[in-house]
Design a protein around this ligand. Structure first.
Ligand SMILES: Nc1ncnc2c1ncn2[C@@H]1O[C@H](COP(=O)(O)OP(=O)(O)OP(=O)(O)O)[C@@H](O)[C@H]1O
Length: 275
């Protein structure tokens, strides 16, 4: 298990490209990121902003087209295939957007947990793991007989087995009612409290509200980071452009601002406001 606060992953200047009819799509551009153990990190942003692309890189499922990614200090580009495979199997859990993509169709809930333990090389305790997501009564149920919410709880429970160093989840609470979303988020929080790093792509305000760190992506660029209990940070690009958070936009209804530098601080005021 990693030490609490260990930096599990660092990405510097990450670039991801996908082929497109009009030339390559830049899904990610110049993204710097650090994912720590013991913390829940949410990646947010509008559709197409690059969340899934970044998540796939952080789960070591895809290689970035540029930039450098390090796993627990080691450059991922220099890892042998066998080592990469072992890290993905033993140290990283992946929760796909559709739970059926992270689970085995032919196994019942109990055996899903036993299989996850076997893959991770740890002893299995299916009753305790299923109890944590309120699935005790469904231990003998096969995947196809579980509801969507039960499948997602099972996927999160299976991902928590180990516990792994890192859990990566794509929209883990999408389409879940409040009660099921709460079970899923509580399970992920317990994993972080036990020392795992948790990183998830999400549109869900319920998930964002419970994250320790929030990374905002816009058009493939990291436009801001927020740490719970601390002031929000916004990236300044090399041309000096600043991306304002959505909640600040109503302060500048005509899209213009006056800057004042005072005592080494920068103030922004709507035009016409007394300074
Ligand atoms: N496999 C792919 N082939 C081609 N283009 C892709 C591929 N995957 C993603 N893209 C493009 O890269 C950009 C970022 O997509 P990505 O799926 O990472 O965004 P997202 O923020 O996860 O979106 P959503 O919230 O809709 O899932 C988009 O323009 C998308 O069309």
């Amino acid at each position: 298990m990693p030490a609490t606060d260990e930096v599990l992953l660092t990405g510097a200047e990450l670039l991801q490209l996908y082929p497109a009819p009009t030339g390559a799509t830049q899904a990610l551009r110049g993204v710097d990121v650090a994912i720590r153990a013991g913390r829940v990190t949410a990646i947010t942003g509008p559709s197409g902003s690059g969340k899934s692309s970044l998540l796939a890189i952080l789960a070591l499922r895809e290689r970035p087209a540029g930039g450098e990614l390090r796993w627990r200090g080691r450059p991922v580009a220099t890892l042998r295939r066998r080592d990469l495979h072992r890290i993905r199997q033993r140290e990283i859990s992946w929760i796909a957007q559709r739970p059926t993509h992270s689970l085995h169709p032919q196994l019942d809930a109990r055996d899903q947990i036993a299989q996850a333990a076997y893959m991770r090389g740890v002893p299995a305790d299916p009753p305790a793991v299923l109890d944590a997501v309120d699935l005790t009564g469904r231990a003998g149920a096969r995947l196809s007989t579980l509801s969507g919410g039960e499948q997602q709880r099972l996927a999160v429970a299976a991902a928590s087995v180990g516990p792994p160093a890192l859990i990566v989840a794509d929209e883990p609470t999408a389409e879940l009612d409040d009660e099921t979303a709460d079970l899923v988020l509580s399970c992920l929080r317990r994993c972080a409290d036990a020392g795992s790093g948790v990183v998830m792509a999400t549109h869900d305000t319920r998930a964002v509200a419970r994250a320790d760190t929030v990374l905002d992506l816009r058009r493939g660029v990291l436009s801001g980071t927020r740490d719970a209990g601390r002031a929000r940070q916004t990236a300044i690009d090399p041309l000096g452009r600043v991306q304002l958070p959505d909640e600040a936009l109503p302060l500048f209804p005509d899209g213009r601002a006056v800057f004042v530098i005072r005592d080494n601080h920068l103030e922004m005021h709507p035009p016409g406001d007394p300074q």
